[in-house]
Design a protein around this ligand. Sequence first.
Ligand code: PEP
Ligand code: MN
Length: 317
Amino acid sequence: MLHALLAEASVPFGPDEIKEVFQAIFRASLDLQERENRRALRVLQPGIVPPGGIDVGGVAIGNGAPVLFVGPCSVESAEQMETIAAFIARLPVAKILRAGAFKPRTNPYSFQGLREEGLRLLRDAGTRHGMPVVTEVLDTAGLDAVAASADMLQIGARNMYNTELLKAVGRLDKPVLLKRGFMATLDELLLAAEYIAAEGNTRIVLCERGIRTFETRTRNTLDIAAVPLLKLETALPVIVDLSHALGRRDVILPCARAALAAGADGLMIEAHPDPDRALSDGFQQVGLAELAALVAGLGWGEPRPEAILEPSEVNHE
Ligand code: PEP
Ligand code: MN
């Protein structure tokens, strides 16, 4: 275009001036186009979330009341799931039971999860105690199995850039919990969400789970500003995963308060009946008493008394 302009133009300027004016106009129109394209993103449309929030198996996320995503890092056994789910069910707050069946571990020799058996144990525990369940889907090959048993699909930090997986969950009618990658900017997180939304699935919850920085006191660095910044731009609910952000238990409560004060729609906390014997992330999971103390510390109240089941209701399976 510039060459054609230089050849055709009969103006009282030299080629250098024409080039300069042309480049300034070209840059401005590219900026304008980029701003317009951005405005057209589905994840930035105010109406993307229905007024009552996103429904996950009967629990609404983003309706003003915080939701606790809680459960062990990994599904380990039927007993472990029964103990933790029975306890979580008594917490006086809306909750979604979390646990990994397919685990994306850094070390290939670490516990990789119970896989299909893990999906079944999580589903059973959720159903038995009346809670929806969320679990991670690692790849497109495993998607059907995870989607068939979970109420919500988790895309982990390591997979935030897996565009084929994002597109595949975008074609399903299932809520998605999209975690921010360790090294992802907020723009990259929103564009990853756009991959899902562009396929038709707009039931997306964003999760800040800490990013990598030079700081070593915490496993990652919790980016609290991500919460209000995301909420300024998108109507999608935003939750904060305190366990993976911090990698330690002793500062969860003040950081959880900060997350809620910053506008988070929910919190994720890993909890295990016996964290010291957990098969993954034992150092950051809280025990039952600690979980109850956190919930009380957030002003949500004490666990409800244990339900006394009639003998006919006891499952002797
Ligand atoms: C998890 O929540 O189980 C998990 C592996 O977290 P992240 O993908 O954020 O590391
Ligand atoms: Mn974990």
